[in-house]
Design a protein. Sequence first.
Length: 341
Amino acid sequence: MNIFELTRALVDIESTTDNECEVADFLHSHLSKLAAATGGKVERMEVEPRRFNVLACWGQPAVTLSTHMDTVPPFFSSREDEQFIWGRGACDAKGIIAAMVAAAEKLLAGGTRNFALLFVVGEERNSAGAAVAARAPRGSRYLVNGEPTGNKLVLASKGALRLELTAQGRMAHSAYPELGESAIEKLLDALEAIRRVSLPRDALLGPCTMNIGTLTAGRAPNVIPDAAKAEILVRLVGDPAPLLEALARAVGTRAQLREILCIPAIQFRSVDGFPTTVVSFTTDVPVFGRSWGEPLLLGPGDIHLAHTAEERIPKPELAAAATMYADIVRKLQASGMREPS
């Protein structure tokens, strides 16, 4: 199965978050055949019932290539033309999985060992697979995480601060609003206040941004609402503490602000011979920490197409990624790179 065939086979398996079992089974079987022919070993790393990471090792891994198996909804199957492979996960991140598998084949054909492939569940929601893997390291010194970066090494990526804003009110008949207390109006006032908060900027990462992603409120048009909730995601560029304080002051007593998840912004090193970029999205890397080695971030595809109905990956870029991943494994194994001071 060549890299394009493998990409399409993976895309055609529905694996939205929490439903990764079938694609994980497929990869376990596919990699087991490769491992059996080349002296490797493959294992399932259980995350929870019917959810597991897939780990394939050849020797004692010094470098691990890793990305995620889950996708965002909605699922749609693959198609192909002369330039692109289309479908959910084509660039985020099933094409990357295929490129990493193809890189492993190239490395093994050239006699290179002491590397691993690690494919995890749950990156699109809470990095559950990376959290489990972080508790079971295998001695790897470098973790090359795959996300759509246009085949450029990332110098820095933004963090993520997920917040929940809730307001409480008192139900009443809408004909007599003076007898109730509208939670929706409180929430709207609080949201308007936080939208006026000045967000920080970083010289490398650029501006911090905020998205009000969901609103849940109300019981019926003729009922004064007693509860309202908004979910907010902030793309961090620095220390979240001052921003949290500013948002809490803006909200005041109108609503309750609760932190759900905080992933810090990350800076990475460069590697000679690889072009670089800066990205605004968040990855599994902060959850891995350094348990699988010093992280790097690199992969084919355009992040602007991920999570869209137009998701696709250029075939030349996908093929180049297989060579690129093999090259960076060899370079990292041979370099003896020291920890940055």
